[in-house]
Structure formats: structure tokens, C-alpha cells
Design a protein around this ligand. Structure first.
Ligand code: BEZ
Ligand code: FE
Length: 299
């Protein structure tokens, strides 16, 4: 029997399957936080509809609980398996996409991933963040601008990417700082630095999420990309990545982070052997007063 969509007042009989849905939804009636109340109710409605639609068996339900428990056990200050689960389900990317709707012409955002570190070493204009130099040299140039095109001076730009072997520095045993750094934009919003060409790589597969992807027959690769996290006074911070045109994983990214507007060529000069990425980033101003309009949910 299909469950009732709203479930507010249903449940004539305790034996009717959907009555538990109605009761679970009604259980939030005393919550005086309107947003929490409506999000909880919507979650219960969809979760119960899912259980009903797939006819979830007790064994499958238990396997799900065990999977989530193993995911929790894999989390600590350095490893966030729940985030990886959200990433590989496409939820992180969908939340990004929804948040972007309120930002007009701003550069689209993309998943942060687990390899960001706070306060990376600061470099001056033109310097290199590639400590080991392992890989194809890459010159990165761009401007951070507002939505009228005016450069934003003093913006903080954090950049990180893989080395030439497709590994982030934190994946090396000795954890050397490599291919990550912070640069402040010049008064015209410009920045220039050197690093190495990032490579496509596999997301971590040694936990329950990796095991799930394997059972699903999914590959675990991300296309080559360079991450950027940009902040400036008065502007909404931007977390994004620029993806290398032509990468074989662009259309099947394991975490669904690729946006067409974030794909760029990284052309390579045949004489010098150096590659180049030129890319500007547009930030949106922090909205004054009213927050962005939000979809109305039943309360
Ligand atoms: C990354 O791009 O670094 C990443 C993003 C999500 C999951 C794993 C890695
Ligand atoms: Fe990455």
C-alpha cells in the first residue's frame, strides 16, 4: 500500500502501514524552529517513501545500519568518510548547485574534497608552490573580479592540486607541503604563480564508500583539476576547481563535481615544455538585508 504524501493526520488504525509515517511526521509538531520542523518532516516523508518503494527487508535495513556505522568508524580529524559518501552520492555537488542559484554571474563552485588544509604557506606573486617540482611545469594566471568586472585587490586565493604522479602532498608518507599555497591578489585583482600540471586520480577507496563503489561497478577517478578557495572582504567566499579539457574522466567524475563552465584548456608550449592555465574568477557580493528566497516547504 503506498504511503500518504503528507501524513499529517493519517493513521486511522495502528495496523495501517502508513500510520507510522504520519506519526513520525507529527512527532515534530512541538518544534518551534520552523526550518528544522519542515526539513525533518520532509526527510521523514522521503525516507519512508523510499523504504516503502524498495520494500526494504529487515536484513537490508541492518546492512544499511552496519554500512553507516562503518562509515562513522572511518571518520576522524583527517578522514571524513561521511563527506566522501555525500560526494559520491552527488549530494555535495547538488548542495553546491542549489547555493549557486542565489549567486547570479559568480563563478560556479565545486566540491572542496578532503585534501584542503587551512592556512597553506603564503607565496608572493610569480613564486612556485611546487616544492618537489615533480611533474610538467604549469604557469597559473588570472584575476579575481566582482560581477561588474572590476578587479578585487587583496583577495586571498588558496590553491591546491596533485603532483605529477596524481597524489596530494598529504598522501605521501612524509607529508611534505607540496602543490599548495596561498597568494594575495594585486590591486587590479591579478595573481600569477607556478606549480605542476595536476593529474587525474582515484578518490580514497580503502573504506566502506570504496567498497560500495566497487560493488556498484563504478570507477573511482576524478578528472585532473586544480582547486581554488577565494575570499575577499564583502564577497561570498568561493570554493571551486578548474578541470582540464580533454581529460577522459570529465563526463564520469566519481564525485560529480565537473561543471561545463569550469573546464579550461591547459595548453603546453612545445618549445619550453611549460603548460599554462589562464582563468578569472567572479565573486558575488554578500547580499545586504534579505537572504535569498527559499523554496517554501509545508510547515
Ligand atoms: C578532491 O577533489 O580532492 C576530492 C573531492 C571529493 C572526494 C575526494 C577527493
Ligand atoms: Fe582534488
Amino acid at each position: 500500500m503506498p504511503i500518504r504524501p503528507s501524513g499529517e493526520t493519517g493513521g486511522n488504525s495502528v495496523t495501517e502501514p502508513s500510520s507510522v509515517t504520519a506519526k513520525a511526521i507529527a512527532s515534530a509538531s512541538a518544534c518551534d524552529d520552523a526550518r528544522l520542523r519542515s526539513v525533518f518532516r520532509c526527510l521523514v516523508r522521503h525516507l519512508h517513501a523510499f523504504v516503502d518503494e524498495v520494500d526494504l527487508t529487515p536484513e537490508e535495513w541492518l546492512a544499511g545500519i552496519q554500512f553507516l556505522t562503518a562509515t562513522g568508524h572511518m571518520c576522524d580529524d583527517y578522514r571524513q568518510e561521511f563527506m566522501l559518501l555525500s560526494d559520491t552520492l552527488g549530494v555535495t555537488s547538488l548542495v553546491d548547485e542549489i547555493a549557486h542559484r542565489a549567486k547570479g554571474d559568480a563563478t560556479e563552485s565545486s566540491v572542496l574534497g578532503p585534501f584542503y588544509t587551512e592556512n597553506p604557506p603564503e607565496i608572493a606573486q610569480g613564486e612556485s608552490i611546487a616544492a618537489s617540482g615533480n611533474g610538467v611545469p604549469l604557469d597559473v594566471r588570472g584575476r579575481v573580479r566582482d560581477n561588474r568586472g572590476v578587479g578585487i585587490g587583496g583577495a586571498v586565493v588558496d590553491i591546491w592540486g596533485t603532483d605529477g604522479e596524481g597524489l596530494y602532498d598529504s598522501q605521501h608518507d612524509s607529508h611534505p607541503i607540496d602543490c599548495r599555497g596561498r597568494i594575495r591578489t594585486a590591486p587590479d585583482g591579478g595573481f600569477a604563480l607556478r606549480t605542476v600540471l595536476p593529474q587525474s586520480y582515484s578518490i580514497p577507496t580503502d573504506g566502506p564508500v570504496g567498497a560500495l563503489l566497487q560493488r556498484l561497478g563504478r570507477h573511482t577517478f576524478r578528472p585532473a583539476h586544480l582547486h581554488f578557495r577565494i575570499s575577499a572582504e564583502g564577497f561570498v567566499p568561493l570554493t571551486t576547481a578548474i578541470y582540464a579539457a580533454g581529460d577522459p574522466y570529465l563526463s564520469s567524475d566519481a564525485v560529480f563535481g565537473v561543471r561545463a563552465s569550469l573546464i579550461e584548456a591547459f595548453p603546453r608550449d612545445e618549445v619550453t615544455g611549460r603548460a599554462t592555465l589562464e582563468r578569472d574568477f567572479l565573486l558575488s557580493e554578500v547580499p545586504r538585508g534579505e537572504s535569498a528566497a527559499r523554496k517554501r516547504l509545508p510547515s
